[in-house]
Design a protein around this ligand. Structure first.
Ligand code: HEM
Length: 232
């Protein structure tokens, strides 16, 4: 029963909260659909923390697609050995993880240490950065410490197929039975994070954030509208 709760009921409940919450916020609170910048209060730490974090999270996302969504059979068919896959995953994933964690630490210190940033931060802002740090900290520990000191854990035969089984509504609970606790907690915490998205600044990730890494955090809009300069 406990197994069914954590690996079937809990994921579906949290994803439902996320989807319904996002639809509600989009339909009825669209003007709040943003990540209001605090660049005006402090610039240096924000630029550093935010840039490292965002590049890191993009790499970590790609890593999750490669490790959790793409079946191991695809690598076998391409002739990629388990050793090669894991070496690449540990180096690439480890680097991405360190970037995410470092960026989040910068952002959290800034939120606590800078008076103006702290006063304007909401409970949801602290909650998001702290939970991201917990999830990413565990992920990075799994990749760099657990894999290198305990055992190179083959999540592509347990976590991966279980995660994909959720999408076809035929959850294979038994696959999660022998997964190390650390990995299980990482996943449960990630689902809590997913459920919290509609209530936090994280909604901005669904706004096609392709320009985010390169643009200035604070955006200005002209009162009289945007006019393109025309060449004569
Ligand atoms: C249910 C969703 C998730 C699953 C199934 C999952 C699973 C995994 C797995 C299997 C690893 C690899 C560990 C290893 O190398 O041995 C990992 C690492 C990691 N996870 Fe997650 N994770 C999820 C969500 C998240 C989220 C939302 C974040 C965002 C903070 C995150 C951040 C990380 C980081 C930073 C690493 C280390 C770097 C990397 O390998 O990409 N994970 N996760």
């Amino acid at each position: 029963m406990t197994e069914t709760f954590w690996w079937v009921i809990f994921p579906y409940i949290t994803i439902t909260i996320m989807v319904v919450g996002l639809l509600y916020r989009f339909a009825f609170r669209q003007t709040t659909w943003a990540a209001p910048s605090t660049e005006i209060f402090e610039k240096k730490w924000l630029r550093m923390g935010s840039t490292i974090f965002h590049y890191g999270i993009i790499f970590a996302f790609i890593g999750h697609v490669m490790g959790v969504l793409i079946p191991r059979g695809v690598y076998e068919a391409m002739g990629v050995s388990d050793e090669l896959y894991h070496t690449f995953a540990i180096i690439g994933g480890g680097l991405a993880g360190v970037m995410v964690v470092l960026g989040l630490i910068f952002l959290l210190i800034r939120k606590i240490a800078n008076n103006r940033v702290r006063i304007h931060a909401t409970f949801a802002d602290f909650f998001t950065v702290t939970l991201l740090l917990i999830v990413a900290g565990m992920g990075t520990y799994m990749t760099l410490v657990y894999n290198l000191t305990v055992v190179t854990y083959e999540y592509r035969t347990s976590i991966g197929p279980w995660f994909r089984s959720l999408f076809v509504f035929r959850p294979q609970v038994e696959l999660m039975r022998d997964v190390p606790l650390l990995f299980q907690v990482h996943i449960i915490a990630a689902f809590v994070l997913f459920a919290s998205i509609p209530f936090t600044k994280l909604v901005h990730m669904f706004s096609l954030p392709v320009r985010y890494p390169a643009r200035a955090p604070q955006q200005y809009r002209s009162r009289s509208g945007f006019k393109r300069k025309t060449k004569i």
